[in-house]
Design a protein around this ligand. Structure first.
Ligand code: NDP
Length: 322
């Protein structure tokens, strides 16, 4: 089968096309015939060696496709089922293994592209808006990178709850997309002081919650635009890692809360996984949640997909097709 392999860490060029044997499913595993692959920032962290893994590595954890084979001790799935997961073991490939416990069925009529595009960023937006800070009608959220994959979905979910959404983006084109997703105010954080602007837009009060996936360049400002006892959910570091923090800052800026959540801890039980994936896929299938998927690359073009993601050229989801 065709698969992408990383043999040494480095730039996008280390994502090399290789010919590998089709893996055999072990106990509790399913072999997936991959139809669409979700590209996520975390793969760039592994590619660069920022997150550690043994090499050679086939990257990727998100995909949708068809159950091709079933290993021992698997129940609830049959050969031919349309399925998706965010826990695929090397999804940048034509075939990949998945623990059945982390697999969900795709509703009838939903394309594999949409299923792959919705799973990871959709469930992330879901846990941020419904669990990390369960947004309420009338609250105000600041969402950084509002035209990004997670940003567009989180904005729609927050608006669906009845919250007011302020976003940050780097270009006027991205601002337009963020407004279309439901943001009432969009700040060009490459030109404006977003903390001051957020304070102005909230009449000096500050927002109830900041969802920050940008990290290094936004962290300080994010703390400064929260209302007292508000929460900063720092869930990524697209601009780099945040340096160590002195907790006294949380006190002086208004008895703030800070969390660094990860999807894995919000889908660790079967019940929670089925709840989040079920709602996200249902909303996508009904058209209530809109996906932006204009960046679709062939599997062998994975280096270009990574280069585009890291140079802020993309909006919405990036997919690879085997
Ligand atoms: P995005 O589609 O949001 O892409 C990243 C965006 O970040 C860019 O488009 C850009 O938007 C913005 N950005 C700001 N500064 C930089 C920079 N220096 N370099 C690159 N991009 C920059 O990606 P995702 O939605 O897939 O992921 C966003 C972040 O969230 C990632 O860090 C990812 O690892 C993390 N994440 C965390 C999860 C969790 O559970 N903790 C789950 C999913 C994702 P603009 O041009 O508008 O500034």
């Amino acid at each position: 089968m065709k698969a992408i392999q990383i043999r040494a860490t480095g730039g996008p060029e280390v994502l090399e096309l290789a010919e590998l044997p089709i893996p055999q499913p072990g106990a509790g595993q399913v072999l997936l015939r991959v139809e669409a692959i979700g590209v996520n920032f975390i793969e760039a962290y592994f590619r660069k060696g920022q997150y550690k893994s043994t090499l050679p590595l086939t990257p990727g954890s998100e995909a949708a496709g068809i159950v091709e084979e079933i290993g021992p001790s698997v129940s609830g799935f049959a050969i031919g089922d349309a399925v998706a997961s965010t826990s695929v073991i090397g999804s940048y490939a034509e075939y990949a293994l998945v623990p059945a416990a982390q697999l969900v069925k795709v509703p009838d009529g939903l394309s594999p592209e949409k299923a792959a595009a919705a799973m990871l960023q959709g469930m992330t937006a879901h846990y941020l808006a419904h669990s990390t800070w369960p947004l309420k009608q009338g609250e105000t959220a600041l969402i950084h990178a509002g035209a990004g994959g997670t940003g567009l979905l989180l904005t729609q979910m927050a608006v669906r709850i009845g919250a007011r959404v302020i976003t940050t983006v780097s270009t006027p084109e991205k601002a337009e997309l963020s407004r279309e997703a439901g943001a009432s105010d969009v700040i060009l954080y490459t030109e404006q002081d977003f903390a001051a602007e957020t304070k102005r837009l909230t009449g000096g009060r500050g927002v109830d919650v900041v969802y920050d996936s940008v990290g290094k360049t936004t962290f300080e400002g994010s703390l400064s635009c929260l209302r007292p006892r508000g929460l900063l959910a720092l869930f990524g570091g697209s601009s780099g890692a945040v340096p160590p923090v002195d907790p006294i800052q949380l006190s002086s800026k208004g008895s703030l809360f800070l969390t660094r959540p990860t999807l894995w801890h919000y889908i660790s039980t079967r019940e929670e996984l089925e709840w989040r994936a079920g709602e996200v896929l249902k909303w996508v299938a009904s058209g209530e949640l809109k996906l932006r998927m204009e960046h679709v690359y062939a599997l062998e073009d994975a280096p270009q997909a990574h280069a585009d993601l890291e140079s802020r050229k993309t909006t919405g989801k990036i997919l690879l097709e085997p």
